[in-house]
Design a protein around this ligand. Structure first.
Ligand code: ADP
Ligand code: MG
Length: 639
């Protein structure tokens, strides 16, 4: 069969173009990727062999071998892992299946310098070979294939690759890089050894490098011997470079930050360092080792239903499965890492995991580990901000999903507040409580469509005047979260848009008297507006919360849905009842005073409309019929 030529998936071609042009500052990462793939391939086969030992009866000695040939200008990375069939090679080495691809390409700007920086965050896996090679040959044979069903795959990275069946004696994969003239330094043994050490120290498979053999019995140093040596042909052999001990089994004290970081990249296929990690060994009744990481960047699919997440599961140091999502709750789905336990059987399946008591216990323990890790991270304000900007919205699902850990999760949340009006959420509930006013016993908050709407909301006026801090919550998830929360640290959460908002002890006698007096004093205008609006409103009252605005509306149930939430619910097919609001007015506001001076009742009705619609607009960020409203405003302006 002749080799067939295939086009790469468009994304791959784009990626390869970028690679060729990118100012790769860290070229040697191609080694990390290829070693990582070889190690994955071996892990997969190792796992399969647990239930089918025959698969490896000819060769159970797993290893990765790396050989440089300076004359041929090639570097070959071989493994005796699971291998690929022709079909598998065509898809796996012709497309990008990685999560994040979509986001990555969406974010490309066309600006080469910027884009090559993005590559650094994306991770290009196998294709990184083209950073140093101008062509790549892959020879592979799947563990399930016969020798004559081996595969040869070849590409120069220019839009196409060719592939065909070949005869391959042994199982596994060889990746042969034909080096660019400019990158030949990577063929230097010393340089190779250094890079391979860096990228394979944490891997449990032995990595062997083809090196010149040292003379173990150097003879006495005399003239004849030297001549002798010069004539001896160089002898090469494979020398193991790493100690092939899985990183997490080692003592945390002996593991460097760099090793943790490299291992994270291998594990998560992320290109960036993680923000932090937590490595724990637990002995006793439930034995396990866990290594958890917080990434720096949220994956694009963090909020999609079938997001890939979960930990790598090992049983007695044997890799069992990827993305075991049974060990962490959903709101911690951004955590990467692994768990290795002796408490599960080697032949455990996803189904078995699902309803195992051990899984439940592990989940409880690992959740605690993860939360403690975040708590620790929070002590570094800058890093925590970085974390929170990426994952804060996910964490907010926690207090509702995980009742047992509610208090601890609430402490990890951050909000904006009226105190510094900073759109970056950085106020914790503990902080809020610690600076509450003397007689304050409630936590006040405001949910809104966006930060600007929140910070300018008329509902805040009296709080500002009294110097009471209000938490500002402009995120979508906030409304849902607050709808499900009652208190923190025994202090009730109260929305500033609540009807008959009681400031309790914070309201001084004078305030109360004023409100009572105002009720009496302005009962006529209140009645007048009520008559004018009729059954459009539930009620009209004198407001105690307005200072600078003429009016506001409050919902019957206390919590008003923001316009955004309404749109969302309606889009989801929910029928929302036409809720009537209570209109609160600020009777000393010039607009109200002016309206009240109008003697013509039909004209006054228009003022009443204006006052009401304005309040609706401020609250909901939109009106059902904006055209009508504009007409009304114009009419009143012209008169
Ligand atoms: P990733 O490792 O993140 O899946 P890569 O681009 O590194 O992405 O590799 C793409 C796919 O190619 C792998 O998922 C695997 O299926 C296949 N592959 C790459 N290298 C090997 C190998 N040495 N042995 C078997 N399969 C491999
Ligand atoms: Mg890979």
């Amino acid at each position: 069969m002749a080799a067939q030529v295939h086009g790469f998936q468009t994304e791959v071609t784009k990626l390869l173009d970028l690679l060729a042009n990118s100012l790769y500052s860290n070229k040697e990462v191609f080694l990390r990727e290829l070693i990582s793939n070889a190690s994955d391939a071996i892990d997969k086969l190792h796992f399969m062999s647990l239930t089918n030992a025959d698969l490896i009866k000819d060769d159970g000695d797993f290893k990765i071998q790396i050989k440089a040939d300076k004359d041929a200008k090639t570097l070959t990375i071989s493994d005796n892992g699971i291998g690929m069939t022709l079909e598998e090679a065509n898809t796996h080495l012709g497309t990008i299946a990685k999560s994040g691809t979509f986001d990555f390409f969406k974010n490309l700007s066309g600006d080469k310098a910027k884009d090559s920086q993005l590559i650094g965050q994306f991770g290009v896996g196998f294709y990184s070979a083209f950073i140093v090679a101008d062509s790549v040959t892959v020879l592979s044979r799947s563990v399930n294939s016969k020798a004559e069903d081996g595969v040869r795959w070849f590409s120069t990275g220019n839009g196409t690759f060719e592939s065909e069946n070949i005869y391959k004696e042994t199982r596994g994969t060889e990746v042969i890089l034909h080096f660019k003239e400019s990158e030949l330094e990577f063929l230097d043994t010393w340089k190779l050894r250094q890079a391979i050490t860096k990228y394979s120290d944490h891997i449990s498979t032995p990595v062997l490098l083809w090196e010149e053999k040292f003379d173990e019995n150097p003879s006495v140093d005399n003239e004849e011997d030297k001549e002798d040596k010069a004539e001896k042909p160089k002898v090469f052999e494979y020398v193991q470079v790493n100690d092939a001990k899985a990183l997490w089994t080692r003592n945390a004290k002996e593991i460097s930050e760099q090793e943790y970081n490299e291992f994270y990249k291998h594990l998560s296929h992320d290109y960036d360092d993680p923000l932090t990690h937590a490595h724990n060994k637990v002995e006793g009744e439930l034995e396990y080792t866990s290594l958890l990481y917080v990434p720096k960047h949220a994956p694009w699919d963090l909020f999609t239903r079938d997001q890939h997440h979960g930990l790598k599961l090992f049983v007695q140091r044997v890799f069992i499965m990827d993305e075991a999502e049974q060990f962490l709750p959903n709101y911690l789905r951004f955590i990467k890492g692994l768990v290795d336990t002796n408490a599960l059987p080697l032949n455990v399946s996803r189904e078995l995991l699902q309803d195992s008591g051990v899984t439940r216990k592990l989940k409880k323990a690992l959740t605690k580990r993860a939360l403690n890790m975040l708590e620790k991270l929070a002590s570094d304000k800058e890093k925590y901000q970085e974390f929170y900007a990426q994952f804060g919205a996910v964490l907010k699902e926690g207090p509702v999903e995980d009742y047992a850990n509610k208090e601890q999760i609430l402490k990890l949340l951050r909000f904006s507040s009226t105190l510094d009006a900073n759109p970056i959420a950085d106020v914790s509930l503990e902080q809020y409580v610690s600076r509450m006013k003397e007689k304050q016993d409630k936590i006040y908050y405001l949910t809104a469509d966006n930060f600007a709407a929140a910070v300018n909301s008329p509902y805040l006026e009296t709080f500002k005047k009294k110097g009471i801090e209000v938490l500002l919550m402009p995120e979508r998830v906030d409304e849902w979260l607050m709808g499900n929360l009652n208190e923190f640290d025994k202090k009730e959460f109260v929305s500033v848009t609540a009807p008959d908002l009681k400031l309790g002890e914070l309201e001084d006698e004078e305030d109360k008297k004023k409100v009572e007096a105002a009720k009496e004093e302005y009962k006529d205008i209140v009645q007048r507006i009520k008559d004018a609006l009729g059954d459009k409103v539930a009620d009209v009252v004198v407001s105690s919360r307005l200072v600078d605005s003429p009016s506001c509306v409050v919902g019957e149930q206390g919590r008003m849905l923001t316009a955004q939430m309404k749109r969302m619910l309606e889009a989801a097919g929910q029928k929302l009842p036409d809720e009537k609001y209570t209109l609160e007015i600020n009777p000393t506001h010039p607009l109200i005073v002016k309206a009240n001076a109008e003697i013509d009742e039909s004209r006054f009705a228009k003022w009443a409309q204006l006052i009401y619609n304005q309040a609706l607009l401020a609250e909901q960020g939109g009106l059902k019929d904006p055209g009508d409203f504009i007409k009304l405003v114009n009419e009143l302006l012209v008169k």
